[in-house]
Design a binder for this molecule. Structure first.
Ligand SMILES: NC(=O)c1ccc[n+]([C@@H]2O[C@H](COP(=O)([O-])OP(=O)(O)OC[C@H]3O[C@@H](n4cnc5c(N)ncnc54)[C@H](OP(=O)(O)O)[C@@H]3O)[C@@H](O)[C@H]2O)c1
Length: 176
């Protein structure tokens, strides 16, 4: 059975590494979210030779802060899966994030953008599907101490994401 996964912010860094590793395993369709489609294609070219013959990596334009982009990405993924006779997505990996200049841009991407993408894609997730929110050690209320680097906007945005993870999982539990 083919497993289907969407990774946001996957044209570089850990997101790209995740797509690379997943694509190298059998029977996977990985959607590689990227603000600029050319960046995803450029990144994909670096490891395309290592993609498993039964798997596919599909670059998708997605900017978390752009409602039209989220809508278009959702429509593209739905259509792509339907054409393959697949009705749902198994995993959404909310990886895209920034260490912004301040609170507004940081929260716009890491929190509001992640919420917008999750709300758009959640109905497409399969029963038993998963949402992975990529957190950070810097968000921890209990681990933070005087040796922790000072990045208030980034750290608090990731703490907010942690609470969203808890709230969303409680919502799913309630729905059974
Ligand atoms: N690296 C670490 O040490 C570390 C530690 C703990 C947690 N994390 C978390 O791990 C994840 C990946 O980190 P990383 O180090 O790999 O970061 P990275 O190399 O800076 O990559 C971040 C990705 O997010 C994308 N992105 C930024 N804003 C976006 C937006 N508005 N819409 C769509 N995509 C957007 C970037 O796209 P562009 O290329 O277009 O900018 C890029 O592809 C993040 O959630 C980060 O908080 C990282």
């Amino acid at each position: 059975m083919v497993r289907t996964i969407f990774v946001t912010g996957a044209n570089q860094g850990l997101g790209m590494h995740t797509v690379h590793q997943l694509g190298a395993t059998p029977d996977i369709i990985v959607f590689m979210g990227s603000r600029k489609i050319a960046s995803a294609e450029e990144a994909l070219a670096k490891f395309a030779a290592e993609i498993h013959s039964s798997s596919t990596v599909v670059p998708v334009q997605l900017d978390l802060t752009d409602v039209a982009s989220i809508k278009a990405a959702h429509a593209f993924v739905t259509d792509f899966l339907q054409k393959k006779g697949i009705s749902s997505l198994d995993v959404l990996v909310n990886n895209a994030a920034i260490v912004g200049k301040g609170f507004e841009d940081t929260f716009a991407t890491n929190v509001f953008g992640t919420v917008a993408v999750t709300e758009a894609f959640r109905p497409l997730l399969s029963k038993g599907g998963s949402i992975l929110n990529i957190s950070s050690g810097l968000d921890s209320l209990s681990l933070t101490n005087k040796d922790t680097p000072l990045v208030p906007a980034y750290a608090s945005s990731k703490s907010a994401l942690n609470m969203l993870t808890v709230q969303w999982s409680l919502e799913e539990e309630k729905k059974g």
